[in-house]
Design a protein around this ligand. Structure first.
Ligand SMILES: Cc1ncc(C[n+]2csc(CCOP(=O)(O)OP(=O)(O)O)c2C)c(N)n1
Length: 531
């Protein structure tokens, strides 16, 4: 007779979820026992890394990823990157072990108390099945919940004695839709506002990339003759950043953002929150008389926008529909952006000079993973993203995502056969939050290159302290860290990049290697302004 375990593996197989990211414990062993040959267990040394890898993997494969965690402590360790997965809209099925049902009443060691509350509010659904026989159907419901818009993580707490119980008859997978088409009447209203607009501007966000809708965004911008901005702090790039209409990433504060929109009468935001602000710089959200139209597939995101009218819809479907409805205009295209001046020389180099070199040696099809807070604007200025699916970072503000995400992204590049090179730029502070992901990359022999700009400080926090005029904050310096030794300890190749020119050779060698390479690059320590 089939057990709950047999039926669950059959369902996982039929759902195409044969990769499990995790870190095992005794509460998971009955599930993992006799692990099937056609499944792959991606062993992370810490749960934050398991979740970050699964998130990157899910985003690149475009399919949900399974993470298996150890009861309460494992779920706790995973929480930071679960927050990120929620904001990233990453469809993760997170399962965690639970103590034996028969003993739960007396709360033995490794009981997860109120297990379903633990990951809240950063999962779309959290459940501990009432009966062992419900585990496969709960998994199906978890899957259906994770992939429907807005996609995101779900959580199942699974008692360890459930796996050997007799199963109900196997139910093959159900399917659900993953895109919301916009209401045609309201879409018509949006199109009418845009066609009557004197000076429209388009603001795009990560959902445009998730929807594979770069061509539609470009076509709409050209149809409208509109300049294009990326919404603040984007987790993915959504528009070719070398396109003549492209203006850059909007600032993440209320007043400076509104200032950039001055002169326009209509703002169309597609696939981003309105807006992802960070420091509080009070002011009007929009210049006087500006009308904002917001397209999102998330009713909560629509509800919490401080200004504007919203239309619920998938970014790609809505852009395509708007294109059908909007006539050509004779509005001249906006003037092209001036190229940045060459970076200044110096030793150690500035972040700007380092990234100018990175751009020179950048393989055209490479994917950038970014977690380098104070150097972000220099990186984005020097290294424009010109192809879809080429830029990933966290939408949450939580560190410890970039390094494991890069491992998951590199694995997905290999598993999907796309084989695009993956380069991560990770600050010397950010490097430590999920550093053990390097070991998994080494075990998997992934040719991932990690460039670490070494400024020996939390520069962004110094910038924030300057901005808020809060001097004397402790814990903002990072002396005495040996990045190369850590990289070697986890099985990576490493070489210090002393001058920007050395980056070319080091990068090419790393991308040819059969293991990850970490490239610490000392940079100047001046603190860039927050805004
Ligand atoms: C999990 C987590 N802990 C702490 C912080 C606060 N924090 C934000 S940026 C930062 C420093 C990042 O340092 P580094 O990677 O060296 O980048 P730099 O600012 O120097 O460019 C810290 C500690 C955070 N965002 N997330």
């Amino acid at each position: 007779m089939a057990t709950v375990r047999d039926t669950t593996y059959d369902l996982l197989r039929d759902l195409g979820m044969t990769t499990v990211f995790g870190n095992p414990g005794s509460t998971e062993e009955p599930f993992l026992a006799a692990f099937p040959d056609d499944f792959e267990y991606v062993h992370a040394l810490h749960e934050a890394s398991a979740v970050g890898m699964a998130d990157g993997y899910a985003q690149v494969t475009g399919r949900p990823a399974h993470v298996n965690l150890h009861t309460a402590p494992g779920t706790g360790n995973a929480m930071g990157n679960l927050v990120t997965a929620w904001h990233n809209r990453a469809p993760l099925i997170v399962t965690a072990g639970q103590q034996t049902r028969e003993m739960l009443l007396i709360e033995p060691r490794l009981t997860s108390r109120r297990a379903t509350e633990l990951p809240q509010p950063y999962v779309k659904w959290s459940h501990e099945p009432a009966r062992a026989q419900d585990v496969p159907a709960a998994l199906m419901r978890a899957y259906a919940t994770a992939v429907q818009p807005p996609a995101g993580p779900v959580f199942l707490s699974l008692p360890l004695d459930d796996w050997g119980k007799p199963a109900d008859p196997y139910e093959p997978p159900r399917t659900v839709s993953t895109r919301i088409a916009p209401d045609p009447y309201r879409l018509g209203e949006f199109a009418a506002v845009l066609s009557a607009s004197r000076a429209p501007v388009l603001i795009v966000g990560a959902a445009v990339d998730r929807a594979g809708a770069w061509p539609a965004a470009v076509a709409l911008a050209e149809r409208l003759g509109a300049p294009v901005w990326t919404a603040p702090a984007p987790e993915r790039a959504a528009f070719p950043e070398d396109h003549p209409h492209y203006r850059g990433v909007l600032p993440y504060a209320i007043a400076p953002l509104a200032e950039k929109l001055r002169g326009h009468d209509t703002v169309l935001v597609v696939g981003a929150p309105v807006f992802r602000y960070y420091p509080h710089v009070p002011g009007d959200h929009l210049p006087d008389g500006v009308r904002l139209l917001h397209v999102t597939d998330d009713p909560e995101e629509a509800a919490r926008a401080p200004v504007g009218d919203s239309l619920l819809g998938d970014a790609g479907l809505t852009l395509a529909d708007l294109l059908d409805l909007l006539p050509a205009t004779d509005r001249p295209p906006p003037p092209a952006r001036p190229a940045p001046p060459p970076p200044e020389d110096g030793s150690p180099p500035s972040a700007d000079a380092l990234f100018a070199a990175l751009a020179r040696y950048w393989p055209a099809d490479a994917v950038l993973v970014q977690e380098s807070p104070s150097n972000l604007s220099a990186l984005r200025r020097r290294l424009p993203i010109t192809r879809p699916g080429s830029y990933f970072t966290m939408a949450s503000g939580g560190l410890g995502y970039g390094l494991p995400a890069a491992v998951g992204i590199a694995l997905a590049q290999r598993d999907t056969g796309r084989g695009r090179p993956v380069v991560a730029v990770i600050g010397d502070g950010s490097f430590h939050y999920s550093v053990q992901a390097l070991w998994t990359a080494a075990r998997l022999r992934l040719p991932l290159v990690v460039v670490v700009p070494v400024n020996q400080q939390y520069a962004i926090l110094k910038a924030f302290a300057d901005f808020k005029q809060t001097p004397g904050v402790p814990g903002l310096d990072l002396p005495g860290l040996d990045i190369a030794a850590l990289a070697r300890g986890y099985g990576c190749a490493t070489a210090t990049v002393e001058t920007p020119e050395q980056l070319g050779e080091a990068l090419a060698a790393g991308l040819r290697a059969d293991r990850p390479t970490v490239l610490p690059a000392p940079i100047r320590t001046e603190v860039p302004a927050l805004l």
